[in-house]
Design a protein around this ligand. Structure first.
Ligand code: UDP
Ligand code: MN
Length: 251
């Protein structure tokens, strides 16, 4: 059988949550040998996510890990104030380490709930031997962030403009990790103690010892297979007006 893909998705309650998860569900339904690990940023599993996953048809595990309130972004905070999804991704890594047999062949990928994933991405990821990298569109203040690859296929640099001095200047969506490596390097977790923007670099640093170990996917990083899309913050001010006026939902 081909290696299993374990996709880790942190998710939190907001007006677009169900729409985002339905979108992902419909993509992932088309991916063979796929296990979706959904980690709710909530004290308890919610009915919305529970029911959605039950109906979706993708093999899944539902987990929860609440971000401590003092680390949670307030509506007016700039989004760089705290890293997002950290507790949730770590919860999923712990679950994998406690539940997936070492004999299993697989690949772990961090699939945030708002990105857009091409099916080809998963075909490509599946052969990851250690850590693979690939371009991510619409991120870091540019149209495309991508590893630079030599003609013989080695990763020789990165085109990132934002914090390019990072050891691995790539987005969460721009790399995948072999399952055996995740199981072997049990100290590899996402840390809050890192400088802003260094979440990915610090994590990958636990797994490999240098850029020369990276594998270039997506046709030697010439193809865009994942987009760092984001839903705009939806305005629901009409709902307050509705409440104040005592209007029914049918109005
Ligand atoms: N997320 C979360 N709790 C939060 C904010 C975000 O679990 O309080 C999740 C979110 O659903 C997504 C991931 O963490 O899967 C990254 O968050 P976001 O997409 O907002 O970050 P960005 O892409 O803007 O860096
Ligand atoms: Mn996002």
């Amino acid at each position: 059988a081909q290696p299993m893909i374990y996709a880790i998705t942190p998710t939190y309650a907001r007006p677009v949550q169900k729409a985002e998860l339905i979108r992902l569900c419909h993509t992932f339904l088309l991916v063979p040998n796929f296990h979706w690990i959904v980690v709710e940023d909530a004290a308890e599993p919610t009915d919305l996510v529970t029911n959605l996953l039950k109906r979706c048809g993708v093999v899944y595990t539902q987990l929860k890990a609440l971000t401590p309130p003092e680390m949670k972004l307030k509506p007016r905070d700039p989004n760089w104030r705290y890293p997002r999804g950290v507790w949730q991704r770590n919860e999923a890594l712990t679950w994998i380490r406690n539940n997936v047999p070492v004999s299993r062949e697989g690949v772990v990928y961090f699939a945030d709930d708002d990105n857009t994933y091409s099916l080809e991405l998963f075909q490509d990821l599946r052969s990851t031997k250690a850590v693979s990298v690939f371009p991510v569109a619409l991120v870091g203040g540019v149209l495309l962030e991508k590893p630079e690859v030599s003609p013989d296929g080695r990763v020789i640099g990165f085109n990132a403009l934002w914090e390019p001095q990072r050891p691995y200047p790539i987005d969460m969506a721009g790399f995948a990790v072999n399952l055996q490596l995740i199981l072997a390097k049990s100290e590899a977790k996402f840390s809050l103690e890192v400088k802003r923007g260094y979440l990915e670099s610090e994590f990958i640093g636990h797994l490999i010892s240098g850029r020369e170990e990276l594998e270039a996917k997506a046709d030697l990083c010439t193809k865009v297979l994942v987009w760092h899309t984001r839903a705009e913050a939806i305005k629901t001010t009409g709902e307050n007006i509705r409440k104040r006026k005592g209007l029914p939902m049918t109005n």
